[in-house]
Design a protein around this ligand. Structure first.
Ligand code: PHE
Length: 455
């Protein structure tokens, strides 16, 4: 028992690592959240700001996680203990807690996507938005939701229990190409729809006035989305890079991962908006119901909508699975590395606990929000911020040195990277944290207080 008894696994191939990272990044954040945010926050102008943040904030932050993981070859807690010493391991614990909380409800939402995939086969999409909403409320909480949450959790457990090469790597090499091929295929289908040109105009024409008027909400929204969609701030990329085992060009790997994630998000917009416009469903309707209500209603209206819906929700379920695997691996790697527990035991034990923790989210939408907002708006940002402070300000030399392995002399690029982490990344995270806390307080004193009072 203990550290270092068994040799730590590594990815079998470079593609394995890249697919795993892409699989983690591409998830509900791309397919559900991104297109609606673009539409709502000013179309193409938001898109430009988002792309700017991906490059300015997301890319440097991803490299931070990569170098910490590869340098230490440890789970997030062990990695932060090794890099920062002593009390920094508590930041690692924030990562573990974040992964734990996010996965508990992510699995519930993934269960909905399975339910909606099956609905296609049962020809069950309702064209009326009001009826679609009633159906969603009915399916989102209760026994159905709990059972499918369990089904999804078991799938994640089994994959993670098989380990890095035979579990995660094998799964993502099937899942990620499937996501890419189906997404592109659906975009081509959407192009043929009658509402396509109107939809492209809505999605892609910049409204600069909106940016000027609402930049205070657009900037943090774009920054938060950039961070969430790349799976940053909770140690996923630390954990995945800890299994590298060889010195490769991390900047190149990071650029590939970011390129795929951004492309999938963008293409999803090219699918969702033509479908909504063709079915005459209002696209400016965000929230948890966005894909399960408005989009489902559009499937209810389209010719062969059941088939399109089946394929679409099936793809969302696959994308959620490859993200959930990474969340689980963060927690499992900690228990395996630091507690010397066998991987299979760890996966089943943690999965069981996650199932229990997710039950409240599967019984009431308000409770799902309670977990979601806390993890997304506070834990994720806080953990990310502390990591950036450690690497950007306290161990910058070590980080630059580690990045140069597999690349060669970085020249002034190393300095540019560290200063990107030191100022823009950290400032953006501080602002996002402040706004996140305010939003959470508003939720606790508003909807949550009302929910408690109604008990
Ligand atoms: N990046 C995933 C998405 O876009 C979400 C995620 C966040 C996954 C953090 C793992 C860790 O849906």
């Amino acid at each position: 028992m203990g550290l270092g008894d068994a040799p730590r696994e590594t990815w079998a191939t470079r593609a394995g690592f890249i697919f795993a990272a892409v699989g983690s990044a591409v998830g509900l954040g791309n397919i559900w959240r991104f297109p609606f945010q673009v539409g709502q926050e000013g179309g193409a102008a938001f898109l430009l700001i988002y792309l700017l943040f991906i490059i300015l904030i997301g890319f440097p932050a991803m490299l931070v996680e990569f170098v910490v993981g590869r340098n230490t070859e440890r789970n997030p807690v062990g990695a932060l203990k090794a890099v920062g010493g002593g009390a920094w391991r508590y930041v690692g614990w924030i990562f573990i807690a974040t992964g734990f909380v996010i996965l508990s409800y992510y699995s519930v939402v993934a269960g909905w996507t399975i339910r909606y995939t099956i609905l296609g086969l049962q020809d069950g999409y309702l064209a009326d938005v009001g009826e679609a909403e009633a159906q969603f409320v009915d399916l989102a909480s209760g026994l159905d939701a709990i059972v499918l949450h369990a089904v999804f959790m078991v799938t994640v457990i089994v994959i993670v229990a098989y380990g890095i090469q035979r579990g995660i790597e094998l799964a993502v090499k099937v899942l990620v190409p499937a996501i890419i091929v189906i997404t592109v295929g659906m975009a081509i289908y959407a192009f043929t729809l009658e509402g396509a040109s109107e939809a492209y105009a809505y999605y892609l024409s910049p409204e600069w006035g909106v940016i000027a008027a609402e930049w205070t909400s657009i900037l943090p929204a774009a920054a938060g989305q950039a961070f969430f969609t790349l799976s940053l701030g909770m140690g996923v990329m630390i954990t995945y890079a800890s299994y590298l085992g060889e010195d490769r060009n991390l900047a190149e790997d990071g650029a590939i991962v970011i390129g795929f994630d951004t492309a999938i998000a963008f293409i999803t917009g090219l699918i969702v908006f033509p479908i909504l416009f063709t079915a005459g469903v209002d696209p400016a309707d965000p929230g948890a119901g966005a894909i399960f209500v408005s989009l489902a209603a559009a499937f209810g209206d389209l010719t062969l909508g059941w088939l399109i819906g089946f394929i679409f929700f099936g793809t969302v379920a696959i994308a959620a699975l490859s993200s959930a695997i990474s969340l689980m691996e963060v927690v499992v790697s900690y228990v395996v590395d630091e507690r010397g527990i066998e991987r299979r035991t760890a996966a089943f034990g943690i999965g069981g606990a996650l199932f229990l923790l997710g039950i409240p989210s599967a019984t009431d939408l308000v409770l799902l929000d309670l977990f979601d907002l806390f993890a997304d708006q506070i834990l994720l940002v806080l953990g990310g911020l502390l990591l950036m402070i450690l690497v950007g300000w306290l161990v910058a030399d070590l980080a630059v040195d580690e990045l140069s392995r597999g690349i060669g002399d970085l020249g002034s690029l190393g300095t540019a990277w560290i200063w990107a982490v030191r100022i823009p990344v950290i400032v953006v995270l501080i602002v996002a944290l402040a706004l996140g806390v305010l939003e959470y307080v508003e939720f606790l004193t508003g909807p949550f207080a009302e929910w408690l009072a109604a008990l």
